[in-house]
Design a protein around this ligand. Sequence first.
Ligand code: FAD
Ligand code: NAD
Length: 473
Amino acid sequence: MSQQFDVVVIGAGPAGYVAAIRCAQLGLTTACVDQWTDHDGKPSLGGTCLNVGCIPSKALLDSSHQYHRVQHQLKAHGITIDGAAIDVKTMLARKDKIVSTLTRGIDGLFKHNKVTFIHGHGRLMTKDKIRITHREGEETVNASHVIVATGSIPIELPVAPFDGERIVDSTGALNFEQVPKRLGIVGAGVIGLELGSVWSRLGSKVIILEALPSLLPAVDQQIAKDAERQFKQQGLDIRLGTTVKGAKSTADAVTVSYTDGEGDHQLKVDRLVVAVGRRPYTEDLFAPGIGVDLDDRGYIQVDDRCQTGVPDVYAVGDVVRGPMLAHKGSEEGNAVAELVAGQSAHVNYDVIPWVIYTHPEIAWVGRAEQDLQNEGIPYNAGTFPFAATGRALAADDTAGRVKILAHQHTDEILGVHIIGPQASELVAEVVVAMEFSASAEDIARTVHAHPTLSEAVHEAALAVHKRAIHRAN
Ligand code: FAD
Ligand code: NAD
């Protein structure tokens, strides 16, 4: 007889595993089905984020940052290290160890919370019946509620299809066994900039081809301009307004043909990373006629409670609308678990932070200045440069600024944009403030420790009212 669960979650990425653990915490009998398989054919929980996304990319960003510091920044501190070298094999092994520590950690959390894990491909046959195909064959489980969290996969460019060798996706770019002398990247989005930074710091000449005429159009444009300047100084060759026409691999190189405003070009690189976005993944997920609708871009259609058109079938994470971010998916997973358990819950989509983990880091939450201008919302802006804070000077890490946008009449914070050291951590303060509908004055009147980078946030809040202390207003 088929097993019966209160909830079956399909997908164990940050959206699915959080949903499963929260359901179990709330006393619901819960199973989680996931098909991810590591090199040894074993399950590896955590989805894209833990296996080939957030975590391994940050491990490499940290390794390459250390190497870059040793080479370029320690001299100013009076520290000389001769013969610094990068051992890529060790760097990749360290990354893989972090990944396996975390993926095993989810396994432990499932056991601790009594979530039944089933390794295999899940398919929704009816609204309450899931068929799971695995190495041993097939099984069917029944569920009173289903939460779909099947995530996303890289978009492939027909003119430059992945070959797994020289033309690769982000996963390939996490595993180069040698530092490519010349690395081409298509797409100057989050992945292009983060993984471009990794290999550039390790010595690659990185050339990024971006279709749009400006860098990071969704980011506050002042911050995006700051970022572009910094990346240029670091040697990233970002070519905007390009159209890739084709890419041809040979035994030892890839030749990319592209056009821009000046005509046709050819670019020869050792490897090419195609990072032009990701698409929702729903391959072989629904039996025909089940009634779960996809939109024209392939996302599962849900309402603001992540409910699909079929009662008791929910969908969360990258497979539904909204930013493709781990923490957005986790919050949805958490909220849906609570809804299924009969509680009330919601996700505040207006206050989701974004971080790009380049150096300097870029972090933001809420509206950009150009959004406020386009929407005709009256605002005051306050900015403060890290170069005017003692802590950034002491750390020799002064590039960047904090910018706070507050409503001109109510002073409520509408958006905060940070480029600079530890921006990923600094943004948390303003996320909390915005969750409580705080004003710039609230942050301005909050005591910030000295000397810290957070003083730049404090000063930017003061600057909203033209009363920053450590710079001319
Ligand atoms: P996923 O993590 O994609 O998990 C879905 C899971 O479902 C997978 O394990 C998949 O195998 C499984 N699955 C799919 N279909 C089935 C099926 N039918 N049956 C069984 N199992 C199935 N986000 C951030 O917030 N911060 C970052 O720093 C960050 N860095 C990133 C870096 C890279 C290189 C990449 C590629 C992504 C990064 N992201 C980052 C995005 C983040 O990884 C995703 O937003 C997040 O993983 C989405 O979570 P999810 O649970 O919705 O889906
Ligand atoms: P992206 O949407 O961030 O960037 C894709 C870029 O490729 C865009 O600038 C786009 O204009 C460009 N592009 C699209 N088609 C092109 C073409 N034919 N030629 C040249 N350029 C083209 O996507 P991504 O970098 O692939 O990342 C996917 C998603 O993964 C991100 O949107 C984000 O949600 C998530 N992610 C998040 C983080 C983080 O939070 N730090 C890190 C990595 C990935």
